[in-house]
Design a protein around this ligand. Sequence first.
Ligand code: NAD
Length: 433
Amino acid sequence: MNQAKQLVDTQRMFFYKGQTKEVEYRIQALQNLRQGIVKYQQRILDALRADLNKSEAEGYGSEIRIVLGELDHALEHLREWVAPRTVPTSSVITDAVSAIYPEPYGVALIIAPWNYPFQLAMGPLIGAIAAGNCAVIKPSELTPATSRLIYDLIQEVYPEEYIAVMEGEVETSTALLNEKFDYIFFTGSTGVGRIVMKAAAEHLTPVTLELGGKSPAIVHHDAELQLAAQRLVRGKFLNAGQTCVAPDYLLVHEQVYDQFMEQIRAEVQDKFGDDVMQNADFPHIVNTRNFDRLSAFLANGKTVMGGRSNRDQLMIEPTVLTDIAWDSPVMQEEIFGPILPVFTYSDLNPMLDEIVRRPKPLALYLFTKDEALQEQVLDQVSFGGGCINETLSHMTSHYLPFGGVGESGMGSYHGQQSFEAFSHHKSVLKRSK
Ligand code: NAD
């Protein structure tokens, strides 16, 4: 019997025993994960350094801290989340009460990407456990040190019939997707998202798809420029731009373009030093394939900042490009690297039309004090989630469901929404006579 099938069968048998549904069992499981992560903290940081050259501060802040925050939030609220929710009953039915019972799906598959390889495997797992499921995690093969660490951590914390890790490349993912899971949570590219959804359709398995896309950032003429530059530089160049919700390209009002570019330059220098190529803590591009893909974009416009790279070290410095055509290669796919194409505008409306004509982005960031403009953009453009006068931070809130729309994904998670994502909501009407 193949390994994927054996694992799913074993987990399903374990699930049917019912233990994973007990709330005390779930709480203990989340506490065990927390203890395991604290114990493995240095190994996690070392793995992130080995795979992506993330500094300890970046690794802790953008991966471990977020996972611990989600764990603590789930531990604090799980008892409320699992309780049946009483709802009114339609007046045509008498002597009845109605309630919604959240119940686990069963055995869940979690497929994770490489860019936040720890956080994006553990975040969904917290939801799966909180909702009472068993789970198989497939980490990304492109970050092998983190994949191995996740395997070791999970093996130490849980029996395999409850939570397991299957390491491997596309073949492993394919073998898992051939099996019947009760829920699939996929984080990765839009292209592979389509493959996952097709495979899920064979078994009518529900899915969450956390995908990518080209997320625009807009800086209007009335924006607080220094603040906007600070927040944009942080959002764009964190993890060397390899962030699903990174601002992909920038639209700047022509009145403030020169001044804003100066602010961006100053901010990059302040944050990463005079010569980023010498900064030992600037994250690397994940592999040569992505390095070469990104390097080709450097010729798509005029370089007004940065532009240097080193293939041996997989380093590309923070780079700003202008004079870009909307149909150039850099505008055809998610960049996913430290390259920022910049367009100027005098009238935002045609720019909004341009955004709306393209696949719905995962995020959008708007810098302006003008509340009417804020409302206009929110009303006119469909996107997964985003920020006004900030970047990335919407994804750190337990109270904002995080996910895409259209080609940037379907479904959402974080906070209670992670519990809901991995739960079926069973509606029950009880009549007394
Ligand atoms: P990817 O789609 O190449 O891979 C993701 C996972 O799918 C990996 O575990 C990989 O082994 C597996 N996989 C790859 N090809 C497969 C196939 N043909 N069949 C089955 N499984 C396959 O994505 P990636 O390169 O790891 O990650 C980058 C992408 O993920 C970007 O598009 C980024 O925007 C997106 N992303 C989205 C989020 C989000 O929360 N929405 C978060 C991080 C990354």
